[in-house]
Design a protein around this ligand. Structure first.
Ligand SMILES: [Zn+2]
Length: 269
């Protein structure tokens, strides 16, 4: 059994600049699978190309919750920091991209609800589009990798209303009570590589049902050390932390996490 990273952005230019090094360090750290998540059609194309040339990388195709309403957000005069110039693609184009890619996807992600960047006037539209994407994933029998920011309770309602069971919560407000509700609903939660210094995530790793825990980095974001670029190899540090918190051997932790991964994704990591 190998370690894994369920949520990476290897197509980010900071990581792509050292692709071979990033993948080699992951493999050396015992990582057998990295799920690289797409944010929009352009990024999904890069994820597909990367997965095609690297056996370590599995493709998740998605539409970032802000990108899902980005044309409307910009048209309404709100600003959003992004590195691409020009008109973002509209939802119909993004949906068509996902519809075309979904059969070849390891998972759909990332998708979700973001109430931090998206103004309240667009929450209903964002939710309707999230629901549409959840239905596409369910119709194709693909697991979902979900990002939520300040919208966790609503996202859980939508997912349960739609009957989504194979779901991993990637970016979420790490409150133990909420995590326990999500786990009780049958979903999985991924713990980031900064858990050793983020008290809330450390607590979640300690308290959540162990069969519902997965590992992620969200690299290049959320590095375990300030200023350093995050990368998939860092999941090994979280696995070591789990071994300490669980009072388990490293082998037992890898086996537990690997069987959790297999239960969600129906493939060994
Ligand atoms: Zn992400």
């Amino acid at each position: 059994m190998a370690l894994f990273d369920v949520h990476a952005h290897l197509t980010d230019r900071r990581l792509a600049a050292d692709e071979a090094g990033v993948l080699a360090r992951a493999a050396a750290a015992g990582v057998g699978t990295i799920i690289s998540n797409g944010l929009n059609p352009e990024d999904n194309a890069a994820v597909a190309a990367l997965a095609a040339r690297s056996p370590l990388v599995k493709p998740a195709f998605g539409l970032y919750p802000v990108d899902a309403v980005l044309p409307e957000l910009l048209a309404s005069g709100h600003s959003y920091p992004r590195d691409v110039e020009g008109e973002p693609p509209d939802f119909d184009a993004c949906y068509a991209d996902l519809e075309r890619r979904i059969d070849g996807a390891f998972a759909m992600g990332e998708v979700g609800l973001d109430h931090h960047w998206v103004p309240e006037a667009l929450w209903a539209l964002q939710e309707e589009r999230f629901r549409t994407l959840v239905r596409l994933a369910l119709a194709a029998d693909k697991p979902l990798i979900v990002h939520t920011r300040k919208a966790e309770a609503r996202a859980l309602e939508v997912l349960l209303e739609e009957g989504a069971q194979r779901v991993v919560w990637h970016c979420f407000s790490a409150k133990v009570k909420l995590g326990e509700r999500i786990a009780a609903a049958g979903h999985w939660l991924s713990i980031p590589a900064n858990a050793h210094k983020a008290e809330n995530f450390r607590l979640m790793l300690e308290k959540l049902p162990r069969d519902k825990v997965l590992l992620e980095t969200d690299c290049p974001y959320l590095g375990p050390e300030k200023g350093a670029l995050n990368e998939p190899a860092n999941v090994a540090g979280t696995a070591a932390l789990a071994a300490r918190l669980w009072g388990a051997t490293p082998e037992a932790v890898v086996a537990q996490l690997g069987s959790n991964f297999a239960a969600l994704f129906r493939a060994a990591p």
